[in-house]
Design a protein around this ligand. Structure first.
Ligand SMILES: Cc1cc2nc3c(=O)[nH]c(=O)nc-3n(C[C@H](O)[C@H](O)[C@H](O)COP(=O)(O)OP(=O)(O)OC[C@H]3O[C@@H](n4cnc5c(N)ncnc54)[C@H](O)[C@@H]3O)c2cc1C
Ligand code: SF4
Length: 573
């Protein structure tokens, strides 16, 4: 029997970027918040002098414990989904700061086109350009409406970027708060090559600080040391922005935030009109609690935001055969397979150094920045070079034809370790009627609740897009004059095994129509006005950029909505 606790004004499920932003904005306004986090407390001190690749990058110390909870996966609804028993395709976060602790920090804004993708596609190419089964939707918010929230997120995180307005992306009201990262020699090579081809390269906006910075909340942080142990690691300098070093200390200082760790939320309590609280298990004692609240915020990442809605029977579950219902709909991923690798027999680069978001990119083939009239795909992707550092165990890029083990493999690995460069791409992922999230009918987690089931595969749209991106990446690489190069533009069926990207989106999507979306533009649930579902679960599709800049912006907008709601309840739109 669950123990019922005293009611609180706001309960937030999950203490990553999304939960942290909401907590800081509300507590600053004097609103009392309880944060429930299934993982443990983390701080910068945890990462002092531990550049341990095995522990963090290969044994996933900061990520979700799959022995307690995972998801099941299948490529299509004719298959039986099976549990993901080891981390692979994506690396879900757990503990204070969530996946923000081990992210790279590449912090983009989506394009104005993204937010009105359906309308703008129809306007430019006609209705028939959208293929049968592609469930493309506008977001119910425009880039201009979201711009002030992007600005706020960038200032709080101290995002580093170029001063000049990039002509390929939406207009900025203010320049980036800190200057760009250092332009290393390989970035300069990419810049020169892509400029020669007529493209518009720019330094990647970075949450790895380019210089010491004090944010508008008075939080001071040190600059990045280009240590190269960034993606999959916490930052021992506090130079990588995450919720733990930016927004959560501000919330804690107000005295209005209480975080409970090892608190695994299993259900939202729902009376048919409103959320009345949540149920959680203390995973250390096994004790179950009911936490009543005036406002409930789900910030537990895509998979659990959707799982908790389905489990709590809030909103109409998506039915892929009829297309009716919205909870679970429009799951999207990304197509990152298009790339060109150049090998340099006569040059070495110091690529062992780097930072999670040290890179250059151009957007000439992103969004609708180019004419799709004669192309058999929509959207596009960023074409980029990154210098994230080389880790000794995982980095073994060798020319095709090299044996996978043995003396020759070792010889080639050592020869090329600092002699190869990759121009890659990050292809947008668009929604299809047959890609969705629902509750698995068979498999359960350690607490007896159904796992979330993912049904997803790459489509012909993705294959065409990847092929196109690979050609463009190949042109740039050729211009960078390697001794020899390999272009890969093949995309097989989606496999959950090799790491690709933790850019999962959708399932509790935003929109202007309650019939086709789960939340409105403040991420307020249509079916429970005091429930806010925050994070990339709200994206109706995934763009050709990393998602967290947009998660941050939407979280600030949601926080504003929640504060308004706390004063005057009712639907915000
Ligand atoms: C290796 C890697 C590199 C990345 N690099 C980039 C990048 O360069 N740029 C970019 O834009 N994005 C990047 N990302 C993605 C980025 O990390 C996420 O978009 C971002 O962290 C999402 O924030 P969130 O708060 O929505 O979710 P999370 O960070 O996942 O936080 C959710 C929190 O909720 C908790 N939780 C979940 N379920 C429950 C429950 N039932 N009860 C209680 N608590 C719960 C989790 O433990 C977690 O702490 C990267 C991700 C990874 C893994
Ligand atoms: S590369 Fe920079 S931001 Fe990343 S972990 Fe190292 S010092 Fe921190």
């Amino acid at each position: 029997m669950a123990k019922t606790l005293p009611k609180v004004p706001v309960v937030i499920v999950g203490m990553g970027w999304a939960g942290g932003i909401i907590a800081s904005e509300l507590t600053k306004q004097g609103i009392k918040v309880v944060g429930l986090e299934r993982g443990k407390k983390r701080s910068t001190e945890d990462y002092y002098l531990v550049h341990d690749e095995l522990r963090y990058a290969l044994r996933y110390e900061l990520m979700q414990d799959l022995s307690k909870e995972t998801l099941t996966f299948r490529n299509n609804s004719k298959q039986t989904a099976l549990p993901m028993r080891s981390l692979g395709s994506f690396l879900i976060g757990e503990g204070l700061g969530g996946a923000g602790v081990h992210w790279n920090g590449q912090t983009f804004r989506f394009l104005p086109y993204d937010f009105e993708i359906r309308s703008k596609t129809v306007e430019r190419y006609g209705q028939s350009k959208i293929p049968q089964g592609m469930t493309l939707q506008d977001w119910g918010v425009t880039y201009d409406e979201l711009e002030p929230y992007y600005d706020k997120f960038e200032k709080i995180a101290g995002i580093s970027g170029e001063k000049e307005q990039n002509p390929m992306v939406g207009k900025r009201a203010n320049p980036f708060p800190t200057p760009p990262m250092k332009k290393s020699p390989i970035l300069k090579m990419f810049e020169d090559a892509s400029k020669k081809l007529g493209y518009h390269p720019y330094m990647m906006p970075s949450a790895n600080l380019s210089e010491p910075y004090k944010n508008p909340d008075g939080i001071e942080r040190a600059q990045c040391q280009y240590c190269g142990y960034c993606e999959r690691f916490g930052c021992e300098y506090g130079a990588k922005a995450d919720a733990v070093v930016t927004v959560l200390p501000v919330a804690e200082k107000t005295g209005n935030l209480e975080v409970r760790y090892y608190a695994n939320v299993t259900k939202v309590l729902y009376d048919g009109k409103k959320a009345t609280g949540v149920v959680y298990v203390d995973t250390q004692s096994g004790e179950e609690f009911q936490q009543p609240a005036d406002i409930v915020v789900l910030a537990s990442y895509v998979f659990n935001n959707v799982r908790l809605l389905l489990q709590s029977k809030i909103g109409k579950a998506y039915d892929p055969s009829s297309g009716q219902g919205a909870v679970g709909k429009n799951y999207c991923y990304q197509a990152q397979a298009g790339k060109a690798v150049g090998f340099y027999d006569d040059r070495e680069f110091n690529t062992y150094m780097g930072a999670g978001a040290l890179g250059m990119e151009f957007d000439d083939f992103n969004g609708d920045n180019f004419d799709h009239s004669n192309l058999n795909f929509l959207h596009g992707g960023g074409i980029r070079i990154s210098q994230t550092g080389l880790r000794p165990i995982q980095n073994n890029t060798v020319p095709k034809g090299t044996p996978k083990w043995g003396a020759e493999f070792k010889k080639q690995s050592l020869k090329y370790v600092n002699r190869y460069l990759t121009v890659g791409s990050q292809g947008a992922s668009l929604p299809w009627q047959q890609h969705y999230l629902d509750l698995d009918p068979t498999y359960k987690d350690a607490y007896g609740n159904p796992l979330i089931r993912l049904t997803f595969d790459f489509e012909e749209q993705d294959r065409q897009l990847v092929k196109f991106m690979a050609e463009k990446a190949g042109e740039v690489m050729k211009e960078m004059k390697p001794t020899h190069m390999e272009v890969s533009g093949e995309l097989g069926p989606y496999s959950i095994v090799p790491y690709q990207s933790t850019h999962n989106t959708g399932g509790a999507i935003m929109g202007a129509d309650p019939g086709t979306s789960v939340v409105n533009s403040y991420l307020q649930a249509w079916d429970a006005e005091n429930l806010f579902v925050v994070g990339a679960s709200a994206f109706p599709h995934n763009s050709g950029y990393n998602p967290t800049g947009t998660v941050g912006a939407l979280s600030y907008r949601a926080a504003e909505g929640i504060a308004k709601y706390a004063k005057q309840p009712g639907m915000l739109v």
